[in-house]
Design a protein around this ligand. Structure first.
Ligand code: HEM
Length: 492
């Protein structure tokens, strides 16, 4: 221990208790405000000890860029998860895989399919599902959050499996999304003690009460995805499957080398990572629209200039003429980051940075909430202010980068671990936001004002907040019925 302390030096942080460290100080959810307070107290970095693993929070873009980006080759692994990764996922869940050959090979193929050049493969799915979205909101405005969820799940189902979820056998779709929820639940702090207290993993198998549960979850997932891949192969043979991620992935000879389990988990990982993320970002934009009319008026004026008044729905082709809408999407990713304390990146070698010496195995994360709401980075940070991405006199940003999904914020992560689906995610949110804003007005409900700093947008069983949504005019209503209606009968 003394030798360790002589050799290594970590940033300061709150004092913990023996054995558990700071485990009980960090709230189990909505950790952003707490981590923000810590950053205000300790400065550019602070350290927590979760059991005996040090976690370093990076509180400025400078530190995130210096470590997670510029030194990405050694800051891109993940902590061990004996339950959520090994037992439940056969060590094949991309998002938790350690930095190594298997992760790199899977990610390389994912990237080759999900990059911007393939946007044309996915745009038809996003086009249909966003038409259905605006129609669903028109018909049942109080169920906007369900419509939003259906949109996000529907897009990711089509992007991955080339299948419209509205027409897929419902039980398997439910099972697909249930497996995702089960995985997300398993990742919550404290959900499985062995993922924090690694010594438990050394117990004899008979004493590990969680083993059966994890093995069951693993089997279930293989069956659900196996069934979906079987169906996909049949549709490919019949020539009825539109090009999608899975058809390209399974056709790629490189993917054969990954083995069957890794191939199934690659598909599963995309479904898990790609759905809730789009849904939550859209919910944030709805909240922002209801709480601040100023930017909504600008967005609607920009849309009307390009599409005419209640003349036609915005299209992807309009994007170049609608920088304001790209700025809305960027602001949607920045405004209230839902990955409030970022995502864990494990350091694989010892490293020295300025005054500090970090041991291999230290976990790093970017303090997303603090950075996004820091007035030194983003003037008037609580305001949803798309202009900040277009006007360098508000914020130092190159307005030419407004369509670059990664520029100016960390919501898609950092370095080699950055979100593989960011082009799909960004365009999902763009088309849905453009169409919703073109067609609807959003208002708060009297007596049920939205507390935008305390919205639980992760909630998928009920509305995260109340909002009144109405068509902008009778002409918009007619347009919605016509254009939305065209999506209802589409099957593939
Ligand atoms: C719409 C908004 C989205 C947001 C805000 C988002 C955000 C993120 C974040 C923060 C990470 C972790 C990055 C890190 O560790 O540094 C991540 C990882 C990932 N995302 Fe996304 N994501 C979105 C959409 C999508 C979509 C649509 C897909 C797939 C079609 C996707 C696939 C993935 C995958 C596979 C990973 C794991 C990458 C790895 O560990 O190597 N994401 N995403």
């Amino acid at each position: 221990n003394i030798q360790w302390h002589r050799k290594y030096k970590l940033p300061p942080g709150p004092r913990g208790i023996p054995f558990f460290g700071n485990m009980f100080q960090m709230p189990p959810y909505h950790q952003g405000p707490w981590a923000q307070q810590m950053a205000q107290k300790y400065g550019e970095m602070f350290t927590l000890h979760i059991a005996n693993t040090p976690w370093v929070f990076l509180n400025t873009p400078r530190a995130v860029s210096d470590l997670l980006e510029k030194r990405s080759a050694i800051y891109s692994s993940r902590p061990r998860f004996p339950y959520a990764s090994t037992l439940m996922s056969g060590d094949c869940r991309v998002v938790l895989q350690p930095y190594g050959a298997q992760w790199r090979a899977t990610r390389k193929i994912m990237h080759s399919i999900l990059n911007a050049k393939n946007g044309g493969t996915f745009a038809p799915f996003q086009e249909v599902e966003s038409r259905q979205l605006v129609l669903d909101v028109l018909r049942h405005p109080e169920m906007w959050w369900k419509a939003n969820q259906r949109f996000a799940n529907g897009v990711v189902m089509s992007v991955v499996f080339g299948k419209r979820s509205g027409v897929v056998e419902k039980s398997n779709v439910d099972k697909l999304f249930d497996t995702s929820q089960e995985f997300i639940a398993a990742l919550q702090p404290g959900a499985n003690l062995v993922d924090t207290f690694y010594f438990l993993d050394r117990l004899p198998k008979a004493l590990k009460w969680w083993t059966r549960r994890g093995e069951d979850a693993f089997e279930r997932l293989l069956n659900v995805y196996g069934a979906e891949v079987g169906d996909l192969k049949e549709r490919m043979e019949r020539g009825t499957c539109p090009p999608c991620f899975a058809s390209k992935f399974l056709d790629d000879p490189e993917s054969e080398k990954l083995g069957e389990t890794q191939r199934l988990f690659a598909l599963g990982s995309l479904m898990e990572a790609g759905s809730d993320t789009s849904r939550m970002t859209l919910s944030q934009i709805v909240a922002a629209a209801a709480t601040d009319r100023r930017w909504v008026k600008e967005a609607q004026a920009a849309l009307d200039r390009v599409c005419g008044v209640a003349a036609r729905l915005p299209e992807f082709n309009d994007r170049g003429q609608l920088p304001y809408l790209s700025a809305v999407v960027k602001e949607g990713f920045r405004w209230r980051p839902f990955a409030e304390i970022g995502m864990f990146h494990t350091l694989i070698n010892d490293d020295i940075y300025e005054d500090y010496h970090f041991p291999a195995g230290t976990v790093f994360t970017w303090n997303a909430w603090h950075i996004a709401l820091n007035p030194d980075e983003y003037p008037d940070p609580l305001r949803f202010w798309p202009e900040r991405w277009l006007d360098p006199s508000i914020q130092s940003i190159d307005p030419g980068k407004v369509e670059d999904p990664l520029a100016g914020h960390w919501s898609f992560g950092a370095g080699r671990r950055v979100c593989t689906g960011y082009h799909v995610g960004d365009s999902n949110v763009w088309i849905a936001a453009a169409r919703l804003l073109y067609c609807f007005n959003f208002e708060q409900v009297a007596g049920k004002e939205i507390d935008t700093l305390n919205m639980n947008v992760a909630e998928h069983r009920w509305a995260p907040f109340d909002v009144k949504i109405t068509a902008r005019s009778e002409a918009h209503r007619r347009l919605l019925e016509r254009c939305g209606g065209e999506a209802v009968g589409v099957t593939y």
